[in-house]
Structure formats: structure tokens, C-alpha cells
Design a protein around this ligand. Sequence first.
Ligand code: PMP
Length: 351
Amino acid sequence: MNKFWSDMVKRTQPYEPGEQLNDPHIIKLNTNENPYEPSPSVKKAIVDEMDGGLQLYPSPTADMLRSAIATAKDVSMEEVFVGNGSDEVLAFSFMAFFQPGKTIRFPSITYSFYPVYSKLFDIPFEQMPLKEDFTIDVESFFDSEGGVILPNPNAPTSIYEELATIEQIIEKNPHTVVIIDEAYIDFAGPSAIELIRKYDNLLVIQTTSKSRSLAGMRVGYAIGNSNLIDALVRLKDSFNSYTVDRLAMAAATAAFEDKAYLQKTVSKIKETREWTVTELERLGFDVLPSSANFVFAVHRSVKAIDLYEYLKEEKILVRHFNIPLIDNYLRISIGTDEQMNVLLNKISSYL
Ligand code: PMP
């Protein structure tokens, strides 16, 4: 193996898959999936696509899907890039916009893939401490040497930062790219997409995995100035890689076209989130203000790891992090009302 690749492999770390679920009785609240199936029109689109030619390669430019995203997001197709899940879009974005020797910044508590990609692509990074209330310290992101990546809402804290805060960060980094990872934005406030025409250094990344119930299909996308999108397309072309497969493309297109279903499921999840928070507080938890489809909670007397182990034995998976500052927190995805009731009853009987 030549040195470039062997150095790269040294910077990787073995992938540790999350807990697998082969038991249909498990209540899975550990990876922030949507508890509801995708829109019925998604299934129909997949079946139609299966009838229509899986022997053919998918459109390399994914025009149908990009057009559906552009319509749903009120941008033009030239401002849309699609990939296999937002994790892949993030990887291409790190490659395209961040570089070795120039330090990028992201929050100290944030999505775990940012340090992984930074190491893989040899990009130095600084993790900016959050404030005591887990919100970001906006000024710590000003004048970054190599760029900024920030999830909004943040994961795993679930906290949404107002658009004015995000805009300040973009304004104060005029010479580098600012990436806002909006995996959970549909459960929160307005998206930074409305700023892409004002700032040509802003890239917004979203996914169909959460609000549109398509985690299994792996469709993510980036929205930004067409120069940024061109860079991503060129990079992806260099890997001779089609954008996304035919079934994923058909499924995601149908999901974007069914706005009513999105609104219905998102508002149901938000409603479940609100009463779940009230009940968790009643059971002795402090819960951070959530704008996502998960909550981040610390119990006032019981250790998170003990509760996590107990729930696992009871066939309920939640997420525990072995990370200083947050090792006493549990991240709990919002499931159906029924699932949340089972969870709360189990916690109640443990206490
Ligand atoms: N960004 C954040 C902040 C996430 O939490 C996740 C999913 N866990 C992703 C990106 C990746 O999502 P996907 O690859 O399914 O689009």
C-alpha cells in the first residue's frame, strides 16, 4: 500500500456497530429513528420502480430527486447535492471544504462522526466547549482558520440555536465554509437554508433519515451556493459514483412530495416529546429543552449507566455515552406513545 493510503488507514478507527436488533420485541430508542413508517406513497413508488427497470443504472445526476428536494425547500436544483445518507454528504463536504493544516472548529459535545472524519482526512480540529446550559458559546466560533461545522439542533444535546446565532457565525467566518448539519431541523425552528443566497460560504446538510422515516434508504443532501454544490459533484464524480440507487431515489422523491404526511408525523412526534418530557421530569429527571426527535436527560439521583443497563435487560435500548460531562445523561429517541409509556413505566418501577 502506498504511504498516502497507509497513513490514511492508520488514521481510521475500527467501526463499532451500534446495538443490533434481531429481536422484534425490543423497543429501539437509541439511534433517533422515526417510529412511524414512511408515507404510503413511498411504498408505492418503490414497487413501481421495481417494475420499471432495476437492470438500468440510476440517473447519475438524480434529477428527479433533486428537483423534488428543490421544490420542497424552495431552492433551485443547482443548489442541491444528494448522497447516500447525510453521513456520506458530510464525508464529501469534509474532503471538499476543509483541508489539512487548517484547523476547523466544532462543539465539544457534538455528533461523533466529526472527529472521525477530521482524523480520516487529516484535518486538525478544535472542539469548542459548550456553556453550562449546553448551548454554544457563539464567539468561540468566530474567525476559525479552517471552517466550522455545527449541528443544529445539536446532537446529543437536542438544543436548537436561533438562526440569528447561526448567521453571526457565518458572518464572522467569511473566508471559510460553514457547514450547518440540520439532521433534526424539521422538529425544530427555521432552517439556515433561507441564508444560502446571502452567504456563498454556507452549506446546509439535511437527511431523509429522521423526519421522513427513511433511515433504511440512506438519502442525505446538501443545499448551498451552486459553486459549493459543483465542488461536491466533481468530487463524487471522481469516485465514479452514482448519486443514490434507484429505489432510494424513488422513495425519497415520493417522501418529499407528501408534505401532509411529513407534517402529520412530525407534529405527532413533537406532541409525544412534550408529554414524555413532563413525565420524565415527574420521575426525577432534568431534561434539556429539546427541539429534536430525542431528549437528553439526567436523573437527579440514579446513575445513567445503571438505568441504561436495566432498560437493556428489559429490552428497551436507549443511548448512553462514556464521555466526560455527559456520562450521566441518557439520550432517548421519541417513539410512539405506546413505546414511551412502556419506557416510563419501566423507569418508574426501577426507581
Ligand atoms: N448528522 C447528525 C447530527 C446525526 O445525528 C446523524 C444521524 N445519527 C447524521 C448526521 C447522519 O444521518 P444519515 O446518514 O442517516 O443521514
